[in-house]
Write a protein that binds this ligand. Structure first.
Ligand code: SIN
Length: 320
């Protein structure tokens, strides 16, 4: 698949060998024509994450932009207070978490700069994880705070043919809450544990648009490979996590106020920053997510829902 530059005035500049492109020549706050939306969609699917700078978006404009690519989800399955009048906006800000859930949230779970620490694909505990995520920076630190993405198609392709054939047959449970994280008795932990999200997904996902195969496990949400021994599951996941975090498949983005990152959540995992804990800095970003489909494996089998409900525009938090 190639981006057809003649279709659009967009400028698309790849920034790393396997993933990421800088896009210029578009004002995301303005109404976009079909040609531009098609050009951005092509670039998203080809480069997996696309970056914009100097954009002037407020919540309403970010939502309007996101809707060009599909219906948006509610902020997050466990969020109870999106910004007034904008239920689609999920704000990533450690001060906000600390205010809502107390010090225990930030200290014990150490999720200071994102909902999930470590490598993850957004909300894969849901049976239909978001198709795409759009993150906009409002306040960012002078130093540090970068986000890194990895290309899960390249990570799959990098495995040897026998290993690919083996993992094509596997399925894995993804969960948020219950026996897994977050631990502790904080209000946040209770909220998550009273609203479990659990799904079984294929370990290899076939992208519904590009037909590419991508690794679809991540340390943030995948609890185990099903139908194998726990020790086998650990060894298989260790192998796959080592592969998907290889530096050659990644790109790292330095945020400025007005930066936007738009990623294909069906073909990437990302890593929130971990270099700010010792610094007294603020970092506030806002995310919207496009409602996703149920993943399908190479054998044509769809994901199964084990707990919770699909992640849609509904406000999904059941227990306060
Ligand atoms: C996210 O996980 O969506 C947020 C990433 C970040 O804060 O860098």
């Amino acid at each position: 698949m190639t981006v057809a530059p003649e279709r659009t005035a967009l400028s698309v500049r790849p920034v790393a060998g396997h993933i990421g492109a800088d896009i210029s020549g578009v004002d995301l706050s303005a109404p976009l024509d079909e040609k531009t939306v098609a050009g951005l969609t092509d670039a998203l699917h080809r480069y997996k994450v696309i970056f914009f700078r100097g954009q002037e978006l407020d919540h309403a404009a970010q939502i309007r932009f996101g809707r060009h690519f599909g219906e948006l989800t509610y902020a997050h399955p466990h969020d109870d207070a999106p910004p007034e009048g904008h239920p689609e906006i999920f704000t990533v800000d450690p001060e906000r978490y600390a205010k809502r859930y107390g010090g225990e949230y930030t200290v014990r779970t150490r999720r200071k700069y994102s909902y999930v620490a470590g490598w993850h694909t957004d909300v894969t505990a849901a049976v239909n994880p978001p198709a795409a995520s759009i993150l906009r920076a409002e306040v960012v630190p002078e130093v540090g705070g970068d986000t890194t993405w990895t290309n899960l198609v390249a990570a799959y392709d990098g495995l040897s043919a026998p290993v690919r054939a083996f993992i094509d047959t596997l399925r894995a449970e993804h969960r948020y809450g219950g026996s897994d994280k977050p631990a502790g008795g904080s209000a946040y932990a209770r909220r998550v544990n009273d609203n479990l999200l659990v799904a079984v997904h294929p370990v290899v996902r076939v992208h519904p648009v590009t037909g590419e195969r991508a690794l679809f496990v991540n340390p943030g949400f995948t609890s185990h490979i099903v139908d194998v021994e726990p020790r086998e599951s650990r060894a298989i996941l260790d192998l796959l996590y080592a592969e998907l975090t290889r530096p050659e498949y990644t790109v790292r983005f330095r945020w400025e106020p007005g930066s936007v990152a738009f990623w294909d959540n069906r073909a990437t995992a990302h890593l929130a920053p971990a270099d700010l804990d010792h610094l007294d800095v603020r970092r506030t970003l806002h995310r919207v997510t496009v409602i996703g489909d149920r993943p399908v494996g190479p054998d044509g089998r769809e994901s199964e829902l084990l707990a919770g409900r699909p992640f849609t525009a509904d406000h999904a938090v059941v227990v306060d």
